[in-house]
Write a protein of this length. Structure first.
Ligand code: COA
Length: 170
């Protein structure tokens, strides 16, 4: 049975491992190091601006993670952080379950908009399908962002409809 709860100190190593395991096919190797530092920051933040959930199987193994951080400047804007399901467990609804918990929490915080940054290289196709399946829309591509030949794809989901100040400006 898969359970979902918030990241704890003892899981940081396992979460980093599932990211490192995907570094041949999806992540750059340097990302596992960045993840470890980021996850430590999440724990120190204590849920104020960042939260990270993990999915754990019946053998107490971490098999997925998904979180968010609030944007430091933009109003009620959140960015997804470390959206990963272990390779053997993908396609079984775990990513969607993690997202539903984060979404509920984001709605209760009054989040206006959520962003997910990825790449548009062919191997990210499952990730892009995943974001689209939970309602995100690709709003922008920034060529050569990650490195030359690897573009940034910015996916966006509005949780609240736009207010109308833009109409008053006209
Ligand atoms: C993207 C990812 C987190 C999705 O998690 P998941 O548990 O596999 O996703 P789910 O089983 O909840 O699937 C939800 C939807 O995602 C899409 N999807 C998931 N895996 C897919 C795959 N291998 N191929 C195509 N679409 C896929 C489907 O649209 C699916 O909906 P459907 O089952 O109704 O067709 C996971 O596949 C993953 O970790 N991939 C590698 C790392 C990654 O891409 N992370 C995102 C970083 S930006």
């Amino acid at each position: 049975m898969v359970e979902i709860f918030e990241l704890r100190q003892q899981h940081i190593e396992q979460v980093t491992d599932i990211i490192a395991d995907l570094s041949d096919s999806f992540f750059y190797e340097r990302e596992a190091v960045a993840a470890r530092t980021y996850l430590q920051e999440v724990l120190e933040d204590g849920g104020r601006t960042k939260r990270q959930w993990i999915a754990v199987d019946g053998r107490a193994q971490v098999i997925g993670t998904l979180g968010y951080r609030s944007h430091t400047v933009a109003r009620d804007l959140y960015e997804l952080s470390w959206v990963v399901v272990a390779e053997q467990q993908q396609g079984q609804g775990i990513g969607t379950r993690l997202w539903r918990i984060a979404e509920q929490d984001l709605r209760s915080r009054g989040a206006r908009m959520v962003q997910a940054w990825t790449s548009n290289r062919p191997y990210t196709w499952p990730a892009r399908r995943f974001y689209e399946s939970i309602g995100f829309v690709c709003e922008s591509i920034v060529p050569d962002y990650w490195e030359d030949g690897d573009d940034l794809a910015i996916y966006v989901l509005r949780l609240l409809p736009p207010e109308d100040p833009r109409l008053e400006d006209r």
